[in-house]
Design a protein around this ligand. Structure first.
Ligand SMILES: Nc1ncnc2c1ncn2[C@@H]1O[C@H](COP(=O)(O)OP(=O)(O)OP(=O)(O)O)[C@@H](O)[C@H]1O
Length: 258
């Protein structure tokens, strides 16, 4: 482990699929105890960046360190320092909540004794659903299971790809609180989102990504303050109030992506 305050360092990252360059020279760092958001239109390269960090895809150039461990030279240590929120499709739908927690506890070497299991179920408010199949859970309940599994081995960096998509406002608020609680434990969070409201509500800093490049990195409030007088921002703003979404659209353009 390094004593670097940056838990994640991504420098000069390039990812391509065949001839298509999805990520081109992306660099950013996430500090300890920080919630960092990657925002960008569809196809901007957010998931590709996350996948490269997670070791799921090869990258063409650049360097990535997690908790001081180089993901290429020391992949096991780097991966152990990371918790990844799996998509709901990654869980076997016929397993019940208890079986899923036991399975992933085993994978991560966490002793899932009765007390530990009960405490997790209580924490995610699924005590009464302990024997329900994953496929029978609501979207919010499934998200709570996948988030707790991402943090089951107490990782220093938690990676969340669009964690609140499809959730109702109550579940979304609760998930934000859970994400903030992860930061409260001194962990760092890297998330992607299309929700400007989410970015403003939970992210300490955000990077706006487009066409595989980072356009800007700052706190949500600084981005609004820096750009509020830009003619492009004023042109897209509505009802006389400049929002983060106005800044985002002015920077990335109005065109809908394929
Ligand atoms: N396995 C793949 N093979 C070929 N092209 C891919 C593959 N995965 C992603 N791409 C392309 O790379 C580009 C970046 O995709 P990526 O999923 O990283 O974007 P994203 O910012 O996460 O988008 P979204 O917001 O839609 O999830 C897109 O043009 C996408 O079509």
């Amino acid at each position: 482990m390094s004593d670097d305050t940056f838990l994640l360092n991504v420098q000069g990252l390039y990812v391509s699929y065949g001839n298509f360059k999805a990520v081109q020279d992306i660099s950013f760092s996430v500090q300890q105890g920080e919630i960092f958001g990657l925002l960008g239109p569809n196809g901007a390269g957010k998931t590709s960046t996350l996948s490269a960090i997670e070791g799921l895809i090869k990258f063409d150039a650049g360097s990535i360190t997690v908790d001081g461990y180089d993901v290429l030279k020391d992949p096991l240590h780097a991966r152990a320092a990371m918790g990844v929120q799996l998509q709901s499709t990654s869980f076997q739908p016929e397993l019940n909540v208890t079986q899923i927690l036991q399975l992933f506890g085993g994978i991560y070497g966490v002793d899932m004794n009765r007390d530990k299991l009960q405490s997790i179920l209580r924490d995610i408010q699924l005590e009464d659903a302990a024997h329900k199949k994953f496929s029978q859970l609501s979207g919010g309940q499934q998200q709570r299971v996948s988030l707790v599994i991402a943090t089951i081995h107490n990782p220093r960096l938690v990676m969340l790809d669009e964690p609140t998509t499809g959730l109702d406002p109550q579940s979304r608020r609760q998930l934000w609180e859970r994400i903030e609680a992860i930061r409260g434990q001194g962990h760092s969070v890297l998330l992607t989102t299309h929700s400007m409201e989410e970015a403003e509500a939970v992210c300490d800093r955000i990077a706006i990504v487009d066409h595989g490049n980072i356009l800007t990195i700052d706190t949500p409030q600084n981005l609004i303050d820096r750009h509020r007088d830009d003619p492009e921002v004023i042109a897209v703003s509505r009802r006389g109030k400049v929002t983060l979404e106005d800044v985002f659209i002015a920077l990335t353009g109005r065109a809908v992506r394929a």
